[in-house]
Design a protein around this ligand. Sequence first.
Ligand code: ADP
Length: 606
Amino acid sequence: MTLLQLFKSVAPYARPYKWLVVAALALTLVGSITAQVNAYVLQFTVNSIAQLLEDQKQLSEGLFIIAIITAILLGKEALSILITFGQKSFGEKIRIFVSRDLAQQVIERVLTYRLAFFSEDDSGSGKLQARIDQGVSSLTRTIQSFFIEIFPLFASAIVALIGMLNANIYVGLVALCIVPVYFFISLQQAKRLKGWRREIRSNRENRSGGIINILESITVIKSFNREDIEAKKQQDLQIALTETQMKTRSTNFKYDGLKTFIEQFGVVVIIILTAYLVLTGQMQIGAIMLHILLFNNVTAPIRQLHRIYGEVNDALIYAEGFFDILNAEEQVEQSGEYRPEKISGKFELRGVDFTYPNGTQALFNIDMTIQPDRITALVGLSGAGKSTLINLLDKFYEPDGGEILLDGVPLHDFDTHYLRENIGLVLQKNHIFSGTIAENILYGKPDASYEEMVDAARQAYIHDEIMKHAQGYESSALALSGGQQQRIAIARLFLKKPPIIFLDEPTASLDAVATEQIKNSLDAIKKGRTVIMVSHSISQYVDAEMIYVLKEGRVVEHGTHEDAYRQGGTYKEIFDAAARSLNVEKINNTISEGGGASASGADPRR
Ligand code: ADP
């Protein structure tokens, strides 16, 4: 990204505050002129005093001059304070407003991106967070420093240079010759630093990603006593980061030394030249003060240039990553416009292929018909592609071959929001947001009444348990057990009442009692809807009206339980293994001896 592109990208965010920008720039202009006052006043002072000495005047006769000088310097200082204050406060305001808008905008954008964006390697949550945070802070820091540092310094340098050229063309030319050399060296410095800055950025991202990984898997790390391995991984990242930082520092020291030398060289040349002009009577002695102070103003921004350059470079690098996220037009979820009165829920898949963004092909030539008002089960070993299929039906991903029709219309043409309003998804682990139980259930339908919410909770067999908490629906949802959280997710579904329901192993991580309760609540919601269910539990899929068996991304068998079993292939293998693992014989014996298991359909609402 170039500086110009950066400006273009940021400009729309600064536009609403254009009056602040104009005010800051106007102050900059005034400030760049007042910055030269000292140089001229000192020239005047030295010349006047020299004149007084030459005319052998009394001290009292100089008082008038001293009074004028004092008044000008103090007046100018007071003005400078006001200008600096104005610049800082306008610059700060612009920074705060723009940073707020950028941060909000990026969140709003990311929320519109398709799921594929989040499963890309570069978009791990830690990395994304780091890129956004660094992008916003570095961009806004740069905007601020443009207004309170870069513009004022450069404007003052230009005015000072004009002053020098005006005072004496040769003196001006010396400054004009030194500046490009100085500039060139700063450029070299900046280029050397640029690659390392990128390295530092990626090291920092990895480090913060690493810490998040540790926090997420702390139990596993501890149970395997692998603290030292994790510490070593972090240490390697730290070392890599430190090494790059040290290289950056040493490069800076070398270049800074060289630049100081060149600047001093310029000062010396100007002193010699001015002394010559004074001695040959072409100028008064005060010119030395004037030239050196003006030269000082000319070099001031370049003295800061490597730092400014660094900051701008940082901003360019971070901005690139940031605007890549913000302007990832191709990542915006596609939506058609089709919004039928009613969705009945017949899915037809014809020759569907799908490959994940990382290149894993998960589905091959899938042909499938999912009938409305029926329960269709997807059965297969782990990794067979069942969840992927559900992701496609929910339009989280688009197939890269073949087509998916819903009620005879390509899924692609459906309005995505409308489609998802009509689909209820229950996953193995449903996300519970921090907040109250009520807020979490209402996520299914934010405008539902209290009665509707309680009714949904009853249908999901969770109402009584919620009421056991002291604060009822106002208790924290995070305090619920896994099984209870799962039923909160189902209550959301009852509230939403979608015609199509996808159940992706909703009971896989639950204990037997919770599984039974959830099975009951799901049985209640399944009626009259299109249900697609992924499950490893025999009890859940044997009753399905249609079973599709997937193996390594392909449909290998389909039919009712009996049909599929009779084919003697993958389904039989899976079913037999599941039945064996249940130890049916022993279960039978136990139950017939103890007379149990009949209460399985008990209604917990009683
Ligand atoms: P199942 O639900 O049957 O266990 P999945 O649909 O989750 O299987 O996975 C099918 C294949 O796709 C597997 O090889 C898996 O590794 C791969 N896969 C799943 N999710 C992703 C993803 N987000 N990115 C890349 N590959 C994935």
